[in-house]
Design a protein around this ligand. Structure first.
Ligand code: FMN
Length: 362
């Protein structure tokens, strides 16, 4: 490899937070928290990565306090004594290993359907009603629902700060509740929270403002957004730089400190006429710190192999100051020592990503 990986492993100070390096663990749902409570095995899982040179961990999606917030089994929550105690242990272990950690706070919105776990008797909540035949499987949120869910995001962030997390990431990506409000195909409202781009943005703005109000200044608030949706990888929330600015600048104004630009391949230019990726554009538009993500350390063809040479374009972009931080997902699931091995140039020892890594909590 021609370029040194040194830039990945330099400490970086962003606002009030100093990170030991630029490697971030991407948020990944693991479904290993029965009853919503992170166990000692979850603490081990995160601490192992912190001990092997992951500078910042963004946890798996963590549910805010709303009975319809979840859509998958055994996801953690961020309220109630038991779960908060579980998180305290995770935080202590990660800090003791030299890492930093933020929870990703999450409401799945209409992904939860009547009949689905964890609260099968409840319909989902979303910007617009969804029916299955005669049955309402997702209820359109009224203003009281909106107020309650916004407050639950704020409470989650307050809890995060109180128990010692280093910041909080709001999950505004991947077709979940906040993104459902943003996207015209899922938001068919005709009130102040639906209609044109500015009105569809209002729910996200309210969440950010409430979160900022709950945590005060000097506590990083990160907003994760994506163009793509799980049901449509080619979807584009902001098809032009102008619309991306219309999305991000009001969110910055509302209180976002950093943006986490979720793309599936970090090396793909986002808009014609420039090599910048989504995080690069987010930074150019907002002048805020950004996190890039997508297929770092994975072979682009098979999506299944850790691959050293593949880091070269990433290092070039980092050296060009296109974004501050780099999140790594699947490569870090497969190999908890991924960052340590990259730092030490032990590329031949990297463990290739396979589907088996999805179910293990090693
Ligand atoms: C098993 C798994 C679970 C994931 N869960 C989440 C999640 O809870 N929240 C989120 O924002 N993204 C989630 N993602 C997306 C990742 O954060 C990341 O953006 C994606 O995997 C691309 O990065 P990678 O190519 O390095 O894996 C998940 C990905 C995987 C593989």
């Amino acid at each position: 490899m021609a370029l040194s990986t040194e830039i990945l492993f330099q400490p970086v100070t962003i606002g009030s937070l100093t990170l030991p390096n630029r490697v971030v663990m991407a948020p990944m749902t693991r479904s290993h928290c029965p009853g919503g409570v992170p166990t000692a095995a979850v603490a081990d899982y995160y601490a192992r990565r912190a001990a092997h040179d992951v500078g910042l961990i963004i946890t798996e999606g963590v549910l805010i306090e709303d009975p319809a917030a979840g859509g998958y089994p055994d996801c953690p929550v961020i309220y109630g004594r038991e779960a908060l105690e579980g998180w305290r242990l995770v935080i202590d272990r990660v800090h003791a290993a030299g890492g930093r950690i933020m929870p990703q706070i999450w409401h799945v919105g209409e992904v939860h359907r009547l009949g689905a776990p964890p609260n099968a008797h409840l319909p989902g909540l979303g910007p617009s009603e969804v029916r299955d035949g005669d049955q309402v499987v997702v209820r359109a949120m009224d203003e009281a629902d909106i107020e309650r869910v916004v407050a639950a995001f704020a409470d989650a962030a307050r809890n995060a700060r109180e128990i010692g997390f280093d910041g909080v990431e709001i999950h505004g990506a991947h077709g979940y509740l906040i993104d459902q409000f943003l996207w015209e195909q899922t938001n068919r409202r005709e009130d102040a929270f639906g209609g044109d781009f500015t009105r569809r943005l209002r729910f996200a703005e309210e969440v950010v403002k409430a979160v900022r109000g709950a945590v005060g200044d000097n506590f990083p608030v990160v907003f994760r957004f994506s163009q793509w949706k799980p049901q449509d990888y080619s979807a584009r929330l902001a098809p032009t730089p102008e619309l991306l600015a219309a999305l991000l600048l009001p969110l910055k104004e509302a209180g976002v400190d950093w943006f986490h630009a979720s793309s599936r391949r970090y090396h793909e230019p986002e808009f014609p006429g420039s090599g910048l990726n989504l995080a690069g554009w987010a930074k150019a538009i907002t002048n805020s710190p950004t996190i890039s993500v997508g297929s770092v350390g994975l072979d682009d063809v098979s999506w299944m192999e850790a691959n050293a040479a593949g880091l070269e374009p990433l290092l070039e972009r980092l050296l060009g100051n296109e974004f501050e931080l780099v999140a790594v997902g699947r490569a870090l699931l497969a190999d908890y020592a991924w960052a340590r091995k990259v730092r030490e140039g032990r590329f031949s020892e990297l463990i290739p990503y396979t589907r088996a890594a999805l179910s293990s909590l090693n």
